[in-house]
Ligand binder design. Structure first.
Ligand code: SF4
Ligand code: SF4
Length: 351
């Protein structure tokens, strides 16, 4: 089993993962914290978080027969995406850097399947299931317990040699593989940079995220109206937010991805808000084909861009674009456009 575990790690690297770790199914040390998080309603409308009971925290209840979990990470940050130029230009739209290219779910699941199949290929049959953000899985605790890094105060996983710009994936397996040393302690120390920088104060305490305040939740998970108090704070972030990772000192060790599938498509790394706002639904579906962005749908896309346009300095082209969209928009989008128009009027009087 030790030789097999060593081989799994080698095969994982040759399949493009940056690191592979193995752990058992005992996540009891994380269960109470997760239950408390749910109890505080920090998950907002993400009902799927509470839907599966203890199947999330007890892997062998989700997939009976699971003995070990193989946890992997894959870097995703493409080079030259002009992060700060875009964030500092209110006419441009900022999209979280993990979502610029092809949908990562498919790529990671495919590689995980290949890794799991390699074990069968060497004549060791095992029951397995692969996951990437696709089932009730405690992926960050599993990664921490597998030795891939620690969960930082912003609640993302951090690796001391590679920062935090990576995806996680898992293979649940019936093989009794030897396990790796867990990551024992946080290296955040006295740093609180992520807590301070967060535009919406979503990190309500060290290691505690109120997802209902997080821009990733507000722009991606939330289907209805964005609460008024958060709209001005979104700035030009129209799909997710990276601020807590951008400020994290450990990301000076991050490596750019070599996966071409994660490179920006359709100029999504530096688009103009007005260009994106002009997309018809057909254009939205065409331009986001194969991308994770597509799942929020055209209405939420327009909702988010309308808020960003409301936050941009007064510009007659913005006012015209907002007014032109009013007629054919859903009530939810219309309400955000009206808010954006009132913001533009306020900016005009302040000029
Ligand atoms: S992603 Fe943005 S909004 Fe969410 S916690 Fe990090 S900095 Fe705050
Ligand atoms: S910014 Fe500082 S506190 Fe936040 S996760 Fe990084 S090291 Fe930890």
């Amino acid at each position: 089993m030790q030789e097999l575990a060593d081989n799994i790690k080698k095969w994982g690297l040759s399949l493009g993962f940056q690191q592979v770790g193995i752990t058992d199914t005992d996540l009891s040390q994380y269960e109470e914290k997760f239950t408390q998080w749910l109890g505080q309603k920090f998950h907002g409308e993400m009902n799927y978080m509470e839907k599966h009971g203890t199947k999330r925290t007890r892997p062998d209840e989700l997939i009976p027969g699971t003995l070990r979990i193989i946890s992997v990470r894959m870097d995703y940050l493409p080079p030259d995406t002009e992060i700060f130029t875009v964030l500092n230009n209110p006419q441009k739209a900022y999209i979280s850097r993990y979502a610029l290219g092809r949908d990562y779910h498919k790529l990671l699941r495919k590689r995980l399947e290949q890794l799991a199949e390699k074990i069968n290929d060497v004549g060791i049959a095992h029951g397995y299931r692969t996951f990437c953000d696709s089932a009730p899985i405690m992926e960050k605790p599993i990664a921490e317990k597998s030795g891939l890094g620690w969960i930082g105060k912003h609640t993302n996983l951090i690796n001391s040699k590679a920062g935090s710009w990576f995806f996680l994936g898992e293979i649940y397996t019936s093989l009794p593989l030897p396990i790796d040393e867990p990551h024992q302690r946080s290296h955040c120390g006295s740093c609180e940079a992520c807590i301070t920088i967060c535009p919406t104060q979503a990190i309500v305490g060290p290691y505690q995220l109120d997802a209902r305040r997080c821009i990733s939740y507000l722009t991606i998970e939330l289907r209805g109206s964005i609460p008024l108090e958060f709209r001005p704070l979104l700035g030009n972030r129209i799909y997710g937010c990276d601020d807590c990772q951008l400020v994290c000192p450990w990301n000076k060790f991050a490596k750019f991805t070599a996966e071409k599938d994660f490179y920006p498509r359709n100029n999504l790394h530096t688009p103009e808000l007005l260009d994106l706002f002009a997309w018809t639904e057909a254009e939205f579906l065409h331009n986001t084909e194969g991308s994770a962005i597509r799942r929020i749908g055209h209405d939420c896309w327009l909702r988010n861009i309308a808020v960003a346009l409301g936050n941009a300095p007064y510009n007659i082209r913005i006012v015209n674009a907002l007014q032109n969209r009013l007629r054919d928009s859903s009530p939810m989008v219309k309400e955000h456009i009206e808010w954006a128009l009132s913001q533009q009027m306020q900016h005009a009087t302040n000029v």
